[in-house]
Design a protein around this ligand. Sequence first.
Ligand code: F6R
Length: 364
Amino acid sequence: GKGGYRHFMQKEIFEQPAVIGDTLTSYVDPLKRRVALPEVSCDLGNLPRLTISACGTAYIAGLVAKYWLEQIARQPVEIDVASELRYREAPLPEGGAALFISQSGETIDTLAALRYAKAEGQHILSVVNVPESIIARESNAVLPTLAGPEIGVASTKAFTTQLVVLACLTLAIGRAKGSLTANREAALSEALLEVPQRAAEVLAMDAQFIGIAQELAEARDVLYMARGSLYPLALEGALKLKEISYIHAEGYAAGELKHGPIALIDDLVPVVVCAPSGPLLTKTLSNVEEVVARGGRVILLSDAEGLAQASDGVAHRIELPKVDPFVAPILYALPVQLLAYHTAVAKGTDVDQPRNLAKSVTVE
Ligand code: F6R
């Protein structure tokens, strides 16, 4: 059942501190402060390339992983949506590995991309939530998410637990390649271990999202923007909003704004910005200024330090807990989920069974 919640999606959003904690328990040794992956049967220190592929929200998790793997582990990554990878006949390097991400483990395009990569001689890794699924069975090694069953069509807890597993994979590859000192691995592991508590703090702010959602529910279009490892969260925020509220939404890399999307800005277009404090904060805030100067209604998600530096013209400020920039993409998933959820509730759409969508896409 829904355990007292109004929708499965809401229940699953609120389960995140627990299931992120469960997933961390099986991947991070809290005493040694280092990750311990299941046996992956390939040399993670020596991959010429990791090819990542998935669909929808799982693809967006992979996009965050690309930022982490390249920046932190110095691992070259290629990523593509599975429906493209399966047909574009990309050459995959000898000795490479390919990683597929799927909640259901049954998505037909992801499975087809997996089979293509296998035929190209790649070692096949997968991050799945259903361990007996076909994608799990056809993989050389499986990194499970411990999200438990996800019923709501819009993926929430599967996404954040995918991110946790991918963060741990990043640390494991970084160690194997010698890109990460033991001290740095310990610091990043500690940042991960704090996520359940910080996520619970965000969920305790739930009421703050309801008022803003009333405003989003009136909009015809909503833009999302962010930079770096938060950029995929702009895509995820827009995807969640489209799926369950049917409001047109787009996610952009903030630096792309002036290359086109800024033409859309007027006082009717809300712009949700994910901008935690960190090396890219000032760059993102200068994009916020550009939006404000054109009358755009900015909803700024940041921490106290980031909000202190933001323009007075920002319409709404949401103060999130300050976390290590490494784990910010995990934490910022929650506010974008809550915004989409409350917007859909305000519009009265069928949150758990949005029109035209299926939980598991087993046909092309
Ligand atoms: C978005 C959503 C879809 C799935 C996609 C992949 O909320 O649920 O975009 O993420 O269909 O599904 P899996 O992860 O089962 O392969």
